[in-house]
Design a protein around this ligand. Structure first.
Ligand SMILES: Nc1ncnc2c1ncn2[C@@H]1O[C@H](COP(=O)(O)OP(=O)(O)OP(=O)(O)O)[C@@H](O)[C@H]1O
Length: 250
């Protein structure tokens, strides 16, 4: 059973339809890459999963998003709680202008956790899991903004991990980074797979083929094809998928 799925999901910005009925599920412990040309709805789709589109006034949605079988758009859902369980990492690293330590503990403090030993433990575990502990362990109380872009992005991932989400949404998490930092993040995501379900928008075909288990190809708001990444890259069912992957458009 999918941990999260959408059924016939349509999304409109005002009158403009950006998702034309997407039915797609994600299995626990897998990385799924969302690929497709610019403007085809990948980020829009990603944001429907933890209701980030709620913040955009003109958006309306029909169809369903089910997280562990429950409707994410039910009026009973607390979106703050939802976004803790379905965390998000953005294209541009967006650390808060606080210390590294305060960035990582932000969510826990909001939840009222004050025990210093526990916070220290979570900081160390999260920064280790995000493969940035060795870079920052001697300067935890320095501003996160003083770090390199790649280190900032890993601190942002640690901040998401600290609240122990079930799902991590990643919107082009390495596109603003150099190849060495990107490689570190890719390796780290593969290591995290055991404990988290990840859904990642990427423009890099190499990245999708290197680290994802499944790939979903979007085009003009439609889901064209979803399958094991190897199948999508070696022997796709649809001509449009083949054309996109081989660089004929997009
Ligand atoms: N806030 C918004 N208001 C109105 N239209 C929007 C908004 N955000 C996105 N769109 C439109 O929805 C469509 C899908 O955009 P989206 O950003 O989801 O595509 P994408 O596949 O993620 O693109 P990219 O790869 O360039 O990030 C586009 O036509 C875009 O112009």
């Amino acid at each position: 059973m999918s941990i999260i799925e959408t059924k016939d999901l349509h999304l409109f910005y005002g009158k403009k339809e950006a998702l034309n009925g997407v039915t797609l599920g994600f299995d626990q412990g897998e990385i799924t890459a969302l690929i497709g040309p610019s403007g085809c709805g990948k980020s829009t789709y990603l944001r429907t999963l933890n209701r980030m589109n709620d913040l955009i006034g003109t958006v309306s949605i029909t169809g369903e998003v089910l997280f562990e079988g429950k409707n994410v758009y039910s009026s009973k859902v607390d979106t703050v709680e939802l976004r803790k369980r379905i965390g998000m990492v953005f294209q541009q690293p967006n650390p808060f202008p606080f210390s590294i330590y305060d960035n990582v503990t932000y969510g826990l403090r909001l939840a009222g956790k004050k025990d210093k030993q526990e916070l220290d433990r979570v900081v160390e575990e999260s920064l280790k899991a995000a493969a940035v502990w060795d870079d920052v362990k001697d300067k935890l109380h320095k501003s996160a903004l003083s770090l390199s872009g790649g280190q900032q992005q890993r601190v942002c991932i640690a901040r998401v991990l600290a609240v122990q989400p079930d799902i991590i949404l990643l919107d082009e998490p390495t596109s603003a980074l150099d190849p060495v930092s990107s490689g570190k993040i890719e390796n780290m995501l593969v290591d995290l797979k055991e404990h988290y379900t990840m859904i990642m928008v990427t423009h890099s075909m190499q990245q999708a083929s290197r680290i994802s288990d499944k790939t979903a190809f979007f085009l003009n708001g439609d889901l064209i094809e979803h399958n094991h990444t190897k199948k999508i890259f070696l022997n796709p069912d649809r001509q449009e998928t083949e054309d996109y992957i081989s660089g004929k458009f997009g």
